[in-house]
Design a protein around this ligand. Sequence first.
Ligand SMILES: Cc1ncc(C[n+]2csc(CCOP(=O)(O)OP(=O)(O)O)c2C)c(N)n1
Ligand code: SF4
Length: 250
Amino acid sequence: MTALKKPRSIIQPVSFCAGCGHAIIQRLIAECIEELGLQDQIIACCDIACSEWSLDALDYDFIAGPHGRIAAVATGIKKVRPDKIVYAHAGDGSSYVIGLTETCYAAIRDVPITMIVVNNACLGMTGGQMNLATTLLGDKTSSSPYGRSKDSTGHPVDMLKLIQNLDVQFAARGALFDPRHIEETKRYIKKGFENQVSKKGFSVIEVLSPCPTNWNLSPVDAMKKIREENTKVFPLGIYVDREERGTGCG
Ligand SMILES: Cc1ncc(C[n+]2csc(CCOP(=O)(O)OP(=O)(O)O)c2C)c(N)n1
Ligand code: SF4
């Protein structure tokens, strides 16, 4: 039996809401970094949104970028410090809505960074407003109180299907609703770091993640919603792995 140990780089108690997926993702990031022995080479980038709670919790060199600009911030850091391992931990509003251009250009340039995008189907930090890219049709949010409607706000967008058409190193989507999928998500995140160590290109890992506070669900029901609803619109799996020359999903 393996004893689970907290990574040494987690130096503060979790500040996220109870049941928040960001906390699991923060832990997976720290575990991957520690298992790969990269602690001293990391420059972490978090966005001005819920991911910024990691800033004081993790014992890495850290920068918080303006909301939506995290892919550009990480790109700049990697350009001037190619010797460092640079990762971005950001929300789906930051990465796919206000920061759509930044994320796409990091992918187009195939910048060798590891980008972890938390798909919690809303704008978490500001009160759970609808996210144009990730809120499901019919889902009620603080800015779509009657449920998201296709007629007024269009369809959600599967960003990995867009990124799949660009020449990137790695793109995959994981989820957190049970231990098997948490392990799978960890493998994707680790692969994103390993690609950077071996000086390969842009890696993006999107994670379907609960925001129980803004979804008005218990942590258990939030995980159930992801498993039963969100995975239907956002299929899990590897979309691009240049190394394997495989593309696809599911
Ligand atoms: C330029 C700018 N626009 C808007 C905001 C307000 N703002 C802060 S966080 C946020 C949304 C965060 O949502 P997301 O990126 O999905 O991350 P989450 O909090 O859900 O992890 C917004 C709109 C800001 N700080 N700066
Ligand atoms: S508001 Fe949502 S995303 Fe932000 S910390 Fe709370 S549960 Fe997590």
